[in-house]
Design a protein around this ligand. Sequence first.
Ligand code: ARG
Length: 588
Amino acid sequence: MQKIIQLMSLELEKAFENAGYDPQYAKVVVSNRPDLCEFQCNGAMAAKKVYKKAPIEIAKDVAAQLKGSGVFSRAEAVMPGFLNLDLKEAWLADYLNGMAQDPELSVEKAENPRMVIVDYGGPNVAKPLHVGHLRAAIIGECLKRMGRRLGDNVIGDVHLGDWGLQIGLIITELQERQPDLVYFDENYAGEYPEQAPFTIGDLEEIYPAASARSKQDEAYREKALQATVELQKGRRGYHALWEQIMKLSVADLKENYRKLEVSFDLWKGESDVQKYIPDMVRRMQEEGYAYLDQGAWIVDVSEESDSKEIPPCMLLKSDGASLYTTTDLATILEREQEYHPDEILYVVDKRQELHFVQVFRCARKTGLIPEKAELNFLGFGTMNGKDGKPFKTREGGVMRLEDLIGDINREMYQKIVENRSVRDTDAEDTAAIVGLSAIKYGDLSNQATKDYVFDVDRFTSFEGNTGPYLLYTIVRIRSILSRYAEGGGDPAVCRLLPADGKSEKNLMLQASRYNEALAGAYAEKAPHRLCSYVYELANCVNTFYHEHRILAEENTEKQQSWIALMDLAKCVMLDAIDVLGFSAPERM
Ligand code: ARG
């Protein structure tokens, strides 16, 4: 179903035309003075030059055409030439009844679905997930879901960091500790053991130890670099170790992402595209894009209009090793070959922006991907603690994601148990659901590109602009609906009647704008806009709820209409939070 604002514009176009004006001026927008009117049209102001007429005269002509309109209950020309508009309650109710009947809740699917790859997550194997990976997962997952909800074909790719120095460090440290392992015997030609010589717990201890040592011990670091190169060249024992690391790490990562309700269609990584690199680089050399500079192969990507210098893209270092850039270029090549995407969207820390500017320019310049395909970078800001510095543990260390989730869930559990008179078995599951909403909504409700403060107390509050508040509102509606059903009513047969009163109409108006809010948020890659929408909807629900005694209402038709409205608000909220990436418990 079309967006309500478009339908209003259509009605206004007719009025402009009938009054003798160009319908292009008939655009309707939400009022910026809600105290004066619900919607407005400012077209007369723009039309004044063309018609050499005072805008107020134009607005009056149009308003005259809207007398008896089926859409607007009021269309008033006000100085200097605005049209103030209010919707007809009956028309609004019709729209909402249509929306309630539609399994898509009036969300229109893309006519020409695009193929979009979202590259998000970006964890590095063998390193535990930490809060730095949280934003990529949360924002990327939301954009993927938005795209799907609006009909695009969206593929999520985790793009593992699985080919770098961290593997060389682990190999080196392992060799120090257990030099006799068969993996280190270069003459060994047999099968390697099926069982890994370490557990995931070991890895989580080995990596930081190795990383710390490499910062102090130059020879050790050299060894790790060497091990990385040998792994990349295909040394058998190292490769077998790498496979073991991958197996354990990926299983662990999957479990972590599952807890976050984040899922990827592709579990590809940097290692998967190494095979494309030699040919890709050769072509760039032959076609004259890449040239030698102090032994390294580089491609210029600066442009005349640059206000600051964009350094060239390095393909191969002087020792022949490829880099992060090379891998990302090869990944574009592979994605183009396999999926012909209309867009690749990278959801990565904004501090990597320069890297992506270089990669995108090089990909364009060398024709890795057709001109019409979009390459977009959504760089997110840092998640800070209350002290304004990157979020840390109380001891000042890097916060592991698992621990953060554990802390939040415990906090939620406390609150839920306090709220309930009886201790029951589902409190823990409920705490996990509500806790996830606290984390995800706390993140998404901030503009992605900005840094934000992760404030546990605020995010877990049942009041204010928080995930738990939204869930609380949904649970409240559920309880009304189930009590209504217990009394013998059937919400499914209830229909909305024209609103009778301000809070009812406000709720209806807000509910009617769901498709618009969702499409707008996706177009701008702005989950926070969808958050504002649902938050506002929850506020409308609660204001309405406090002003009406729904279950005690004696006028049956009226009661049914309110039940239908509650049911619709619940459906919209559930749909929206699903797009945001969390769900609601049955009760709280
Ligand atoms: N693994 C990288 C990191 O931890 C992020 C990967 C982002 N995606 C990409 N295609 N480069 O910084």
